[in-house]
Design a protein around this ligand. Structure first.
Ligand SMILES: O=C(O)CCC(=O)C(=O)O
Ligand SMILES: [Fe+2]
Length: 192
């Protein structure tokens, strides 16, 4: 997403629309709902959003980073498009996170775990506002990006590593698919 002068709203943030058709969107939503979503767990608390991870997972309950079930075949075409959008190889995207946000669910301020590298997110179902903030001595710099259904965003560089992001609770159900590569740290861990 660029402003009038062609600058990204946060350096390292790229945004594109219509990465899937409405028909593909409906199929992806059905597949996500059918894949065994479970409430996100954080230090013993159950979150409002429902998630399922493939490839590699970070367990927020136990604090561990570990291999998970391989990515299902139905994600392959979307993974190819996500990789192309980000200038990566499909095989770089070794992890996928599926999320359903029911009404009232969102995701608080965070940076993604450092074991992961590049982050590419696809939005389905409903628009949402992806918010960014960066600490300043006297407060925060803030930015936001409207994620339309069927859009894709890529976080790298400053948007990935310096800024925090989050999504405010939404009034209607939204689904997202997030692909990630491993960082140097994650690759070291993966090689044991
Ligand atoms: O749903 C999204 O697009 C964002 C998810 C997210 O930030 C995360 O899981 O780290
Ligand atoms: Fe995130």
């Amino acid at each position: 997403m660029a402003d009038l002068f062609g600058e990204p709203i946060v350096p390292g943030l790229a945004y594109g629309e219509e990465v899937v058709t409405a028909e593909e969107e409906a199929d992806l939503i059905a597949a996500i709902d059918d894949c065994g979503l479970a409430p996100f767990r954080f230090q013993g608390f159950l979150g409002k959003r429902l998630t399922r991870t493939f490839g590699w997972s970070y367990d927020f309950d136990k604090g561990g980073f570990a291999p998970a079930q391989p990515l299902p075949g139905w994600l392959s075409p979307l993974r190819r498009r996500a990789a192309r959008f980000a200038g990566l190889e499909p095989d770089d995207l070794v992890h996928a996170l599926l999320i359903r946000y029911d009404p009232g669910a969102g995701i608080g301020w965070h940076r993604d775990r450092p074991q992961f590298g590049e982050v590419i997110g696809v939005s389905l179902g409903q628009p949402a506002t992806l918010r960014f903030r960066r600490r300043r001595p006297d407060g925060f710099d803030r930015r936001s990006l409207l994620l339309r259904p069927r859009s894709v965003y890529h976080l790298h560089g400053e948007a990935r590593w310096t800024w925090e992001h989050g999504i405010a609770p939404m009034p209607a159900t939204r689904w997202s698919i997030t692909f990630r590569s491993l960082s140097e740290k994650g690759l070291l861990h993966a090689r044991g």
